[in-house]
Write a protein that binds this ligand. Structure first.
Ligand SMILES: Cc1cc2nc3c(=O)[nH]c(=O)nc-3n(C[C@H](O)[C@H](O)[C@H](O)COP(=O)(O)O)c2cc1C
Length: 329
């Protein structure tokens, strides 16, 4: 729990807030961000050395990941009682500078801000099948309002026909991604054995892979096209999810991507505060030939950015993050 007692009393609050920011999710747990403290401001930079050129050639998901870190940062600073002003993409000659967050003394955090801040410590992606328990309408509506507050849209897919079409797209996307050797090589590079000392990347245990198997998982991914297997697994997971939803934006460039990341983090922290679990089924958004079809399925204007499955079930395991010294400066 993020309680006022766990917040450093003086000076170190900005560093503490950055430590909360790096708990954010990122694709393949690449943690593609850097931070710089500059007087009363924190600058957030994209770390493009951590990009995924095959899975994410436009660095759209990289920017979304940084947006998620930005929302964590905003939330943590509010929990510290700062007034927070965010200037997104403040310097068009310096596109790596994604946001400048300026703080000054502000009002006490609201109950809502405290609840979102407390959720940072325990939120994790939960990739298990969810229980057959419906997500209440008022909670779905709360998630929608959270996303809209971040200038993005939230499109639940409640109809069986929508689910069927989405599952078909996910399966097709799995086949297309896995038949690509470069895709598999890139994924394998970020896979980690359960006992790896690494502080980034995807650990086997986060996917339910046991210790011994986790040592061979990256090699298996490199050598074998598991597209058919992944497709069936994802279809089952989608079918077992009480709520499938798409987060999208009107525009499709760095600013909306950043906002989509902020919206994602807000949804994830809200979900955590309500004991809801969330995982991703992004594949059809990542494959260009299918992305338009996802957009059509939602009936919304603009571009789909993320596909989420949401429900109740076991909490996901915490995964490591790099030390603050590696992301500061
Ligand atoms: C933009 C984005 C895309 C992601 N895509 C996927 C995905 O397709 N499949 C998946 O299992 N996890 C996906 N994730 C989750 C990350 O793998 C996860 O956040 C990371 O491994 C850190 O783990 P944590 O969320 O449990 O802290 C994505 C996360 C982000 C921010």
């Amino acid at each position: 729990m993020t309680t006022p007692e766990t917040i450093p009393p003086t000076g170190d609050k900005l560093a503490w807030a950055i430590a909360q920011a790096v708990r954010a999710p990122s694709s393949h747990n690449t943690q593609p961000w850097r931070f710089r403290i500059h007087g009363d401001a924190i600058e957030l930079f994209a770390d493009r050395t951590r990009a995924l050129p095959v899975a994410d050639p436009d660095q759209r998901e990289l920017t979304i990941s940084c947006g998620a870190a930005l929302f964590h940062l905003r939330t943590a600073l509010r929990v510290c009682g700062f007034d927070v002003e965010v200037d997104r993409l403040p310097d068009h000659t310096h596109p790596d500078l994604l946001a400048r967050v300026t703080v000054r003394a502000g009002p006490e955090p609201t109950e809502d801000e405290r609840a979102l801040g407390a959720a940072i410590a325990t939120r994790a992606t939960s990739r298990v099948p969810y229980l057959g328990v419906t997500v209440p309408d008022d909670l779905v509506d709360r998630l929608r309002r959270d996303v809209e507050a971040e200038d993005a849209w939230f499109a639940p897919l409640p109809e069986e026909s929508q689910r069927v079409r989405l599952v078909a797209m996910i399966m097709e996307a799995d086949h297309l991604q896995w038949e690509s050797h470069p895709f598999r090589r890139e994924l394998a590079r970020w896979m980690r054995a359960n006992d790896s000392p690494a502080r980034d990347g995807i650990f086997g245990y986060a996917f339910g892979i046991d210790n011994i198997e986790s040592h061979f998982a990256a090699m298996a991914v490199r050598l074998m096209d598991r597209g058919a297997h992944e497709a069936v697994g994802h279809a089952h997971l989608a079918d077992a999810s009480p709520l499938l939803a798409v987060i999208g934006t009107e525009g499709d460039w760095a600013l909306p991507w950043l906002r989509a990341g902020e919206a994602l983090a807000r949804v994830l922290l809200r979900a955590e505060s309500e004991s809801l679990r969330v995982a991703y089924l992004n594949q059809p958004v990542e494959v260009p030939v299918l992305r338009g079809a996802v957009g059509e399925l939602t009936g919304r204007v603009g571009s789909p950015q993320l596909i989420l499955r949401i429900g109740y079930g076991a909490q996901g395991p915490a995964t490591p993050r790099r030390a603050l010294s590696e992301v500061l400066g």
